[in-house]
Design a protein around this ligand. Sequence first.
Ligand code: ADP
Ligand code: MG
Length: 242
Amino acid sequence: MSDDQAPLLRTVNVSRDYPLAGEIVHAVRGVSLDIRDGEYCAIVGPSGCGKSSLLNLLGAIDRPSRGAVELRGRDVSGMSDRQATDFRLRNIGFVFQRFYLMPMLSASENVELPMAEAGVGKRERRARAASLLSYVGLGVRTRHRPSQLSGGEQQRVAIARALANRPALLLADEPTGELDAHTGREMIALFGRLNADGTTLVVVTHDEALAQAAHRVVHMVDGRIVSDESNGFPTPPGGSGA
Ligand code: ADP
Ligand code: MG
């Protein structure tokens, strides 16, 4: 398949087993999923059903036990660790429930970090971090450290950091899980804006309001996809609704 026809992201019958105390946990069982450019997809399901495991496979943080993960038609499951790390750095942004900011770095420095890893020069890093922080609504606290920011502000920094290298795909695992309802709603609005501005989003969530804001909802139970539905929004051009 040529790259321009390939979906942004595709899993082909992907599985992930974890060995645990002499047993095997089948966390993801034969999932085939296509994510097209511009989609806003929520993955929902009960705790322990394999959502985070699947998201880690989608983002090449982890490798499947069986099956393939392709980004733009390129198999990422077979890459070396180093290739995968570099690929992830340039193509995929991650947002986690617990933010995982570097405590000793300022908001701006946290956002600059992935750019530094990608070889972007200092002056451009500074400028891009400032514009990203302003884009996520944190224009004035760029010199603050994470401990000097509220949870919602920290999550904004984490989102700006995830966008640092202009990834094609943003993956988020329970991004409102640590936030109060009001801040959670602000984050949902921000995700909506990111998607409207062209970022493809895949969000794992327990948050009903966040799932409803997505345009597509994939429901998992026991490691499998049990439903995959449009949320009443039009699918993007060339989308998966056909
Ligand atoms: P969810 O995100 O939907 O709550 P997870 O993907 O975290 O689910 O976990 C799916 C299953 O895999 C659970 O039974 C969990 O206990 C198990 N699991 C997750 N990570 C590991 C691991 N590193 N080692 C062993 N079992 C794991
Ligand atoms: Mg999880």
